[in-house]
Design a protein around this ligand. Sequence first.
Ligand code: ATP
Ligand code: MG
Length: 434
Amino acid sequence: MKEPLENGAVKVLHALQQQGYEAYLVGGCVRDKMLQRPVKDYDIATSARPEQVQKTFSRTIPTGLQHGTVTVIVDGFTYEVTTFRKEEGYEQYRRPSEVHYIDSLLEDLRRRDFTMNAMALDADGLLMDPFHGMEDLRLGVLRCVGVPDERFEEDALRMLRCIRFASEYGLQIEEQTWASLCSHAPLLKHIAMERVRMELERMIGGAAPHRAICLLIESGLLQQSKEPLRLAQLTHEKATTADLNPLMKIAAPAARWAAIYLTIAGDADSVEEDLKRLTFSKQQIKDIVWIVAASIYIVEQAVIYNKGADENCDSLERSWKLAALQYGTKSMWELHSLICLDSAAALLPSFPSGLLESLAANGADWLEELQITSLSELQLSGKDLLIHLNRKGGPWMSAVLQHLLEQTALGHIENQTEPLLEEAKRWVLYNEPA
Ligand code: ATP
Ligand code: MG
């Protein structure tokens, strides 16, 4: 999908103006444009009522008529056009019960969360900035529009947005805004876990996950979610000694999340439970939990082996390769990216010293050496086993296939039907004599 164009947005402004309405770019696009950052989407605010907007353009979609929003399509791009509005009667610290259309841009900007998000630009590029958002941006300050206590009481989600914007844009949260956020943290329990997850995902996947985590810890917000989270066990000490700062160097969001959970001691099941409460998708949960589980497995294996042998190199290689079969190579590459970070020792406190060095040095080669990584690549199927071994199906089949997968992956057998069948027969004779 191509980026929407500013001149397309200006066309929308002009079209509305020609019909006698006021129209402005508002919100995030103005902020990002002023900061010379890439603009994701263009939001437009107008004095036209939704039905008037629909009449002005040939192609529209009534996306959110109850909030006064019509999506306008111009030259194949979409623009959200929302009628100036005032929100009243906030319910459950999140949704306004009433939305009134109004004629004043100023009032529309007043309902917005932060001064930097409450600026508007007209079609000629003239900035309307009644709450001094530009000055705050120049000072590097994130400040609520109006009285912070009222703003967080109206909508508790703004507390998470505040931390997200502060970390993403490298801003200091203005003193009163911050004091108010900290004292209103208990209101977070009114926010759906899904919304909490969406904000946390953007923080952890964003430009400064470490800063976001520190602010979350300082604010006490994590203790206040609707459902209890293990994430709330993150403490300053853990966040700083674990030095989550290098998380920024890791691209994969799953690896970032896994690293955060690995700094809080616990098993893979408890991580899974947390992620479910946060309404992560099944795929996301698998991606994160498998990295955590693989790292726990590797540490356990290394500890067991170290107790009984002097030279653990082969065994570590074997454990690492077997972990790749169990948890997938993608998880192992992501775990390897954590292991290779400068601050790996702090980030992965459960790894004994020496283990990290060996894995950083060899882990990538070991993954590349794997002959195959899944049963589907094996040149022998369950059906082949039934035919050639002349036995009834049963649990032995998956045990044989697993054995063959491991032996082939480790390079002990060639991935060809004949040698695989020979090994299968040998295995059955030894483990399941008729
Ligand atoms: P981004 O898209 O990068 O998250 P944004 O500022 O565009 O940033 P949106 O959620 O797209 O954020 O919202 C667009 C605008 O609507 C915001 O800039 C702000 O003016 C207003 N807004 C959004 N959510 C809230 C809220 N919870 N309370 C008050 N104003 C809000
Ligand atoms: Mg936006």
